[in-house]
Design a binder for this molecule. Structure first.
Ligand code: GLV
Ligand code: GLV
Length: 298
């Protein structure tokens, strides 16, 4: 291969690897066992010559890494994620590195997880499952795991973009609520959201988790499902003890189809930039590059 492309993690499927190999790239996949690579780990991976990198949302792609990538001749970086709050796009632009993300392929998968969490939280699925497995079920009872009915309820979506809108569509069939998509969907803004929402930002930090734990303690009937956390991978003290919370480890995009699609898109992002291909014919690719007009480094 003429071009050296690094993936900081092993990714699902083989299509992404084949695409790169077929197009003159040598692909190197980091084999480090630790879950989260440090900036130093990644600098070592980049080395003296590296044309492009596929990275992960757990990595800190800022000034240091983009300058190292640029020094190694790198022109492209893609996050294997739709979110990019781990990426300093301005720094990338400054060093002439194009930055890509992976929208589109994870919309429905992520919305399905949100719908699953909503239903699981409302109907106390996890608590009930634990109860069964603990051998505690000794017969039907009128009070056993009584939860909340969603039919007729208002479903609010804060951030009705691609994923939020897909979630809203799914939940509308459950709640039969009149659709009000692409706006703040809320008829009446629930007090809870006023109290918890901190910053208009994707992922965990949108929720004030300490306030959420207090609210869960005071209101046993209030139920929540969470996929991301304020200080990921940690949960704020007390959250793990709350029976009225369902918590899963940032798996919203984790369907086989989607994860393979994300890996493929990330590879195409990097490949397209290295080879100078015109970007995307795929109608799902609404934002092919976050900084398509990144100037060459000075
Ligand atoms: C996951 O959080 C993603 O942004 O893809
Ligand atoms: C429950 O099984 C019922 O028949 O109401």
């Amino acid at each position: 291969g003429k071009y050296r492309v690094i993936s900081t993690k092993s990714m699902p499927g083989t299509r992404w690897i084949n695409l790169l190999i077929e197009q003159d790239c040598r692909v190197e996949i980091c084999t480090q066992k630790k879950t989260i690579l440090s900036v130093e780990d990644i600098i070592a991976l980049i080395g003296d010559k590296c044309d492009g990198v596929i990275g992960q949302l757990t990595e800190d792609w800022g000034e240091t890494l983009f300058s190292a990538l640029s020094r190694a001749g790198g022109k492209a970086f893609s996050n294997m994620a739709v979110g990019y709050n781990n990426v300093d796009v301005n720094a990338a632009t400054k060093y002439g590195v194009a930055v890509g993300n992976t929208p589109g392929v994870l919309t429905e998968t992520t919305a399905e997880l949100a719908a699953s969490l909503s239903l699981a939280a409302a109907r106390r699925i996890v608590e009930a499952d634990e109860f069964m497995r603990a051998g505690l079920y000794d017969g039907w009872l009128p009070h056993l795991f009584v939860g909340n009915l969603l039919k007729g309820q208002t479903v609010g979506v804060i951030g009705a973009g691609r994923i939020g809108s897909a979630y809203a569509r799914m939940m509308l069939t459950v709640s039969s609520y009149k659709p009000m998509v692409n706006n703040l969907l809320l008829g009446k803004e629930p007090r809870a959201w006023k109290r918890f929402s901190k910053r208009p930002m994707c992922r965990g930090p949108v929720v004030d988790e300490v306030a959420l734990v207090e609210h869960l303690k005071e209101n046993p009937m209030f139920r929540v499902g969470l996929d991301v956390f304020e200080d990921e991978p940690y949960m704020k003290p007390g959250l793990a003890d709350m029976k009225n919370a369902v918590v899963v480890p940032h798996i919203a995009s984790a369907s086989k189809w989607t994860r393979e699609g994300m890996a493929t898109l990330a590879a195409l992002n990097v490949l397209g930039k290295i080879k100078g291909y015109p970007v995307w014919s795929d109608p799902n690719r609404i934002e092919p590059f976050l900084n398509e007009n990144a100037p060459p480094p000075a």
